[in-house]
Design a protein around this ligand. Structure first.
Ligand SMILES: O=c1ccn([C@H]2C[C@H](O)[C@@H](COP(=O)(O)OP(=O)(O)OP(=O)(O)O)O2)c(=O)[nH]1
Length: 178
């Protein structure tokens, strides 16, 4: 089940959902709108290697915006830092963003119970499009979970994306042994 606006508010009161910064106007009927953070990043190498630590270059989005180009993977980040202690958060795109040909994640935007961080966005575009820091970029929805949780994400020693950041985080796939 997906949490309603009232339930999201109730969970925020309890402290099981944290969204910072939070604005009432960003709360939808059953979702919360999140915004594009200040930083973008691109990979240094033209060919990525899933076994290696692929390094990124991080840059600030200028006040006049930045034109994203097709064929390039950009990593972005949400302005919002979130904590979700008892529900499964999902990051979804917004229709208005999709209608500009912007994808904000490359695969499922599922989060884990216990995820406490900003969200990294894996951004690609269908045609050149100028984007701006602070624009609405996605929405968080919250699912209830069935059963007890043994491993909360923020207490898993091998969780890769636990370190609090305001910048996008590159793939840490290299930490997997395969
Ligand atoms: O588009 C997304 C999707 C998820 N996350 C966050 C929330 C999630 O809790 C965390 C880890 O995601 P996932 O479990 O899918 O990544 P993984 O590659 O399996 O990493 P880990 O081994 O740390 O679970 O990353 C993002 O920042 N952006």
């Amino acid at each position: 089940m997906i949490l309603s606006d009232q339930q999201i508010l109730a969970e925020m009161e309890r402290g099981t959902i944290v969204i910072e910064p939070y604005e009432r106007s960003c709360l939808g009927t059953n979702s919360y709108d999140v915004h594009l953070g200040r930083y973008l990043a691109t990979y240094r190498d033209a060919v990525l290697d899933a076994r290696k630590h692929n390094k990124i270059d991080v840059f600030e989005i200028p006040a006049e915006g930045f034109v994203l180009q097709p064929g390039i993977l950009y990593l972005g980040v949400t302005e919002e830092y979130t904590e979700t202690h008892a529900h499964v958060p999902f990051l979804e795109g917004k229709s208005s963003v999709g209608r500009l040909g912007i994808d904000i994640h490359a695969t499922a935007g599922k989060g884990d119970i216990g995820f406490c961080n900003t969200w990294t966005l894996e951004i690609s575009v269908s045609m050149p499009v100028r984007i701006y820091h602070g624009m609405p970029v996605g929405q968080l929805i919250y699912f209830t979970v069935e059963g007890e949780v043994e491993n909360l994400y923020n207490s898993k020693p091998n969780a890769k994306y636990n370190q609090r950041t305001v910048k996008p985080v590159e793939s840490m796939m290299w930490k997997n042994e395969f």
